[in-house]
Write a protein that binds this ligand. Structure first.
Ligand code: NAD
Ligand code: ZN
Length: 360
């Protein structure tokens, strides 16, 4: 047995309005006035002038607003890196991402590609990154994906949707300020929060489960279900708990693996562009055969929060589209092995996956 030597995020600050300490956190990392900090900020925050004015920009620092209508792509990373290289004579002092999972991943990948040659697509896979990236900071404004703590930056490339997984990928610093999640629309709050819930179920119910993952997964499961079922919780407590649930859920899968829902959701995302959170919810609702208790709890939370999931997303798809989706899903081998065990190939096949997709 070879155990993974997991690279943790070395520095994290948690607290309401901890964002206001960002200036002092960055100061010692600033190399000189010519080496800027680049802030990649979800463009949903662009209109929030009061918030934008709190971003501690100095000298040559730059704010770049990022549109996340489509999930991050390798060529988007390449374009940002090219622009930074062309505009500044020096390597930046750091890259700071402020946004949801999409901006977290874009930030991690940009930091790596500033010091590693070629295209982001060259590094999709496991441990292909050879050099430390520039200093990078993650500041989530949406809770659930665990991207703030994970060692991957998930990107859609010309050939595949796959993460840049490496020990250099995790942030050097994370700022967990639950106040920043205040404006998230209800549906999105549910979908991304359920990403965390599903991480916990898939980790805890999987074959790769171990005490390390269990200790984080159980706590995250508990906090997540409280957030989505307890009627008497203050808004600030809800924000605090979901932010820490996301963190713990991310740590839980980091040392185990996700499962059936993520495998099928990757297929939906690759072929139909369906976003990760909502895609996971669409899939998970049909997985009672694999995760009976989890699915029951999920439906209860969906009902309490009056969430309606998109229906019929696979109706009218061509044979070729089904084939692509099934191919992407079945290609996620470690996920199936975690969900169904060593002999997973005897338990799942194209026909079973097709019949699940047809229900969605
Ligand atoms: P997202 O980042 O794609 O954002 C979803 C929507 O919420 C966007 O419209 C965004 O503008 C909006 N939003 C974000 N913060 C907001 C705020 N404070 N107020 C109002 N609106 C806000 O969503 P996500 O679910 O956080 O992330 C999904 C992405 O994360 C996918 O690309 C997925 O592949 C990736 N992911 C990565 C990991 C990882 O470990 N790296 C894990 C899971 C998912
Ligand atoms: Zn996920």
């Amino acid at each position: 047995m070879k155990y993974r030597n997991f690279q943790m995020v070395p520095k994290v600050i948690f607290g309401r309005n901890s964002f206001d300490q960002l200036g002092e956190i960055l100061m010692p990392q600033r190399r000189n006035s010519e080496a800027p900090f680049i802030f990649l900020v979800d463009d949903v925050l662009e209109q929030q002038q009061e918030f934008i004015s709190r971003i501690p920009v100095m000298f040559q620092d730059r704010i770049i607003f990022i549109n996340v209508e489509e999930e991050p792509k390798t060529d988007q990373v390449d374009a940002i890196v090219k622009m930074i290289n062309e505009q500044y004579g020096e390597e930046p002092s750091g890259i700071i991402g402020i946004g949801g999972g999409s901006v977290m991943d874009l930030t991690k990948a940009t930091a790596l590609l500033l010091t590693n040659p070629g295209s982001a697509s060259d590094y999709q896979g496991w441990d292909l990154v050879k050099r430390k990236g520039v200093y990078h900071v993650g500041i989530p404004t949406l809770s659930g994906t665990g991207a703030e703590v994970s060692r991957t930056a998930v990107l859609t490339g010309p050939e595949k949707k796959l993460g840049i997984n490496s020990d250099y990928t995790p942030f050097d610093q994370v700022v967990l300020d639950p106040v920043l999640t205040r404006g998230v629309p209800k549906d999105q709050w549910f979908y991304t929060g359920m990403d965390c819930f599903i991480h916990c179920v898939e980790s805890l119910e999987g074959h790769f489960i171990n005490t390390f993952s269990e200790s984080y997964g159980e706590k995250a499961y508990e906090m997540c279900t409280e957030v989505y079922t307890c009627q008497h919780m203050s808004e600030s407590e809800r924000q605090n708990k979901l932010m820490m649930a996301s963190w713990h859920g991310g740590l839980s899968i980091a040392y185990s693996q996700v499962g059936v829902a993520h495998a099928l959701s990757y297929g939906l995302s690759y072929e139909l562009g369906i976003h990760h959170g909502v895609g996971n919810c669409i899939v998970f609702d049909h997985l009672e055969a694999y995760y009976p208790e989890g699915v029951q709890k999920f439906r209860e939370m969906k009902e309490i929060n009056e969430i309606a999931l998109p229906k019929g997303v696979c109706s009218g798809l061509s044979e070729a589209q089904f084939d692509t989706m099934i191919g992407v899903a079945l290609g996620m081998e470690p996920l199936w092995e975690n969900a169904l065990g060593e002999h997973w190939k005897e338990k799942i096949d194209e026909k079973k996956i097709r019949s699940l997709y047809e229900k969605m």
